[in-house]
Each structure stands twice: as structure tokens, then as C-alpha cells.
Ligand binder design. Structure first.
Ligand code: PMP
Length: 412
């Protein structure tokens, strides 16, 4: 490889060539979900058209083929994350299910009264609520990690909150609302000094920069396929092998057992232990295609391109009168969350939609992060590798036109 061209990759995404409300689509809702390259769409069509079968069970050709495809996807995820072996990867529905799995399986066995779970205030609700639920059940304590005004995790507070009571730190590799990319490797090393485990929510990270779970020394690493150009309903949880070996079941059912009798059951080893029932086989096939597609790109060049796009977007949005950007951490992904003076965020999103520009407005499933800025709602433009400076200019131009139009809605 060498170098990266957004214009070139755009050809792989059919949906980027449609119009919305009479305008060429500008998809700036990538933190919610990314669009799919035709390689992924074709893999799904080929699977359902020619190769559909359940895995592992039947002793026939197509069952074997489906099993091979499913396991090839697992191996691809392991390579993608730098995991030591495919068996350390558990298929899940997405990041939300991965966190719930860890809370229910690992958490129930390892948390008790007097134990702390540390969670930064900027987390997505899916990395807060599962810990709240298991903490209530086990009488452990959920400890919020405060933010700096820029939206970084306050390093002094982190050092202060860590203690011999800390069992787990759960944090995002990149924030979906502020974009913040915390110094995860250093934070994990510090947590390990207290023998705490660390779960990293990689939902917003994997599409933007290469990840190596061994270099991070993460105990758990979760991501959702649909945020990395793959279908919805499939995701992966990496678990460090020595941690995985000690984990018990969370959901019971088919394919996670060795033998079942009414006097008790014995269980399959992980990862099957944690994969009860029929998995999302087509989703895994799509995920394999997406990871192949992404891995063929020069990932460092992609990250450099996105960093340039972020700078361009910051400049363009800063020039819009009355626009306030929230989240100014030095190290972040290209997520721009903002408010426009005198305008309700939902009305802003609606205005942009009429110009064919898709952004999200609301609390972004991160109410505590917005509350840190005194907000309950904001507009978010989240960029991906196929976005261009021209699209960012269309966003800024539409916002400027909105700003100049009357009458103003009351402040939201
Ligand atoms: N964590 C983060 C940081 C996210 O951005 C998201 C999705 N917005 C999730 C977790 C949840 O992912 P999913 O809905 O795919 O389970």
C-alpha cells in the first residue's frame, strides 16, 4: 500500500452515491453506524444465496463450510486485534452484549461488597449501566472517574481512585461523544499494579486506528461490527486467555455444553462456553469481509487522513457564528459534538437533513459526559475514512445558512 485516497474508497460504498431530500448524501453519523462496502454486501448475498447452514452441528458439506467460515471470521478478528489465538475471541451481538457478558460472567464471580469498579464519566451508557446492575447485585461500588474541562480522564483523580479495592476499570478506547482517546496502555499498566482487570470498549476505536490488545495488555476488549463497516448484530469480545480460562457460563443453551442431564450439565470450553445458541453466522461472514477490506488499506495513512479531516472540520465549524464545540482533548478521533446558540439540537439536525446531511442530535447515550458540559443534548458530526473536506464544508455552509435564517427558536 502506501497512502490513502478517500475518493477511491468511496467507490466501494453504494449508499454514498444516493441522494437524500434532493441532495447528495453526506453521511456524518458514523459513530452511530458506518456504511457497508460492496465487498460486505456481496459476502452476505453469497452466504445466503449459496452457503446458508447452521454451524458445528450437522455432518454435511454445507455445515462444514459454514463452520469454516465462522471460524475463519474468528481468526480474522484475532488477527485484527493482535490477539494471541482465535479461541480468545467470543462472538457477541455487539459491544453492549460484550460488556453485559463480562459483567454477568466475570463480574458475578469476582465482585463483592467492598470492591470497586472504576468507570470514567465519559462512557457510553452501555459501559455504565451493566456495571450499575451487577454492582447492585454484588454490593460492589461503582466509582465515576471525573473529566478535565477538555474532556480527558483526569489523571490525578484516576491515580487517586485506584486502590487495592479496585477489581475492574472499564473505559472506552475512544469516546463516542467527545472523541477523547485516553492513554489506555498507561492506564491499564497502572490498574494492573493494583491487580485490577481492565475492560476496553473499542466500539469507536477500531474503525479509526489499529489496535493491539497484547501491546495494550487489555484483559477484555470489545467492539461492534457495524461500527467497522460490517453488518449489525455481530461483534466480538477478546478475553485474555488466563482470564477466559476462569470464566463461567452466562447464558445457557445449545452449543455451550458438553453433556446435559437433569442431574446437571457439563460445559464446553471457551469460547463456545460463552456462545449459547445459534450465532450470527451471516454477520460473522460479513465481519470477515469488512476486516479484510479494512486491513487491505494502509491503516496509518487512514489515521493521518482522518486527523487532517478533523483539523479541517474544527476550522470550518469554528468559523460558524454561535457554534460551541464540546470535547477538546488533545488526542481524539474525528467526532465533533457542538451546540448552536439559540437552536435546539434536534432542529439543527432536521435542518441539516433537509440538505442531505446526516448527523445525530440528542444525548448520544452518554448523559453524564454531556452533563459535564452542562448539556442534555447536542449535535454530533462523526467522520469516517470515506468522508471528504468537501463534505465538511457542506456541513459548515449549511450551519452558516441556518444561523442567518430566522426566526430563532428559544435556546434548547
Ligand atoms: N460503546 C461506545 C463507545 C459506543 O459508541 C457504542 C455505540 N454507540 C456502544 C458502546 C454500544 O455499541 P452497540 O450499540 O453496537 O452495542
Amino acid at each position: 500500500p502506501g497512502g490513502f485516497s478517500a475518493e477511491a474508497v468511496r467507490h466501494d460504498f453504494p449508499v454514498l452515491h444516493r441522494t437524500v431530500n434532493g441532495h447528495p448524501l453526506v453521511w456524518l453519523d458514523n459513530a452511530a453506524t458506518t456504511q457497508k462496502p460492496r465487498q460486505v454486501i456481496e459476502a452476505l448475498t453469497a452466504y445466503y444465496g449459496l452457503a446458508n447452514s447452521n454451524v458445528h452441528r450437522g455432518a454435511h458439506t454445507m455445515a462444514r463450510e459454514a463452520t469454516e467460515a465462522y471460524e475463519a471470521a474468528r481468526a480474522a478478528v484475532a488477527r485484527f486485534l493482535g490477539a494471541p489465538e482465535p479461541e480468545s475471541v467470543v462472538f457477541v451481538r455487539g459491544t453492549t452484549e460484550a460488556v453485559n457478558l463480562v459483567a454477568q460472567s466475570w463480574g458475578r464471580a469476582h465482585l463483592g461488597p467492598g470492591d470497586d469498579v472504576l468507570v470514567p464519566v465519559l462512557e457510553h451508557h452501555s459501559d455504565i449501566v451493566p456495571w450499575q446492575l451487577i454492582a447492585r447485585e454484588t454490593r460492589a461500588r461503582l466509582v465515576p472517574l471525573p473529566l478535565t474541562p477538555d474532556g480527558d480522564i483526569d489523571p490525578a483523580a484516576y491515580a487517586d481512585r485506584l486502590s487495592s479495592r479496585t477489581r475492574l476499570v472499564a473505559l472506552s478506547h475512544a469516546s463516542n461523544v467527545l472523541g477523547t482517546v485516553p492513554p489506555v496502555r498507561e492506564m491499564i499498566a497502572l490498574a494492573h499494579r493494583y491487580r485490577a482487570r481492565v475492560l476496553v470498549d473499542g466500539a469507536q476505536a477500531v474503525a479509526h486506528f489499529p489496535v493491539d490488545v497484547r501491546e495494550l495488555d487489555a484483559d477484555f476488549y470489545a467492539f461492534s461490527g457495524h461500527k467497522v463497516f460490517a453488518p449489525t448484530g455481530i461483534g466480538a469480545l477478546y478475553v485474555k486467555p488466563e482470564v477466559l480460562a476462569g470464566m463461567g457460563p452466562w447464558q445457557g443453551g445449545g452449543s455451550m455444553i458438553e453433556s446435559v442431564g437433569f442431574d446437571g450439565s457439563t460445559f464446553a470450553p471457551p469460547p463456545q462456553l460463552l456462545e449459547a445458541g445459534t450465532g450470527n453466522i451471516a454477520g460473522a461472514v460479513g465481519l470477515l469481509a469488512a476486516l479484510r477490506w479494512l486491513s487491505a488499506l494502509d491503516r496509518d495513512a487512514v489515521a493521518a487522513y482522518e486527523a487532517g479531516l478533523l483539523r479541517h472540520a474544527e476550522d470550518a465549524l469554528s468559523a460558524v457564528d454561535g457554534l460551541r464545540l464540546v470535547g477538546t482533548a488533545a488526542h481524539r478521533i474525528a467526532v465533533l459534538t457542538f451546540t448552536l446558540a439559540g437552536r435546539d439540537p434536534l432542529a439543527v439536525a432536521d435542518w441539516l437533513d433537509r440538505d442531505g446531511i446526516a448527523v445525530r442530535a440528542g444525548h448520544h447515550c452518554a448523559q453524564p459526559a454531556l452533563a459535564h458540559y452542562g448539556l442534555t443534548s447536542a449535535v454530533r458530526a462523526s467522520l469516517a475514512l470515506y468522508n471528504t473536506p468537501g463534505e465538511v464544508d457542506r456541513l459548515a455552509e449549511s450551519l452558516t445558512r441556518l444561523r442567518r435564517s430566522g426566526p430563532h427558536a428559544p435556546p434548547g
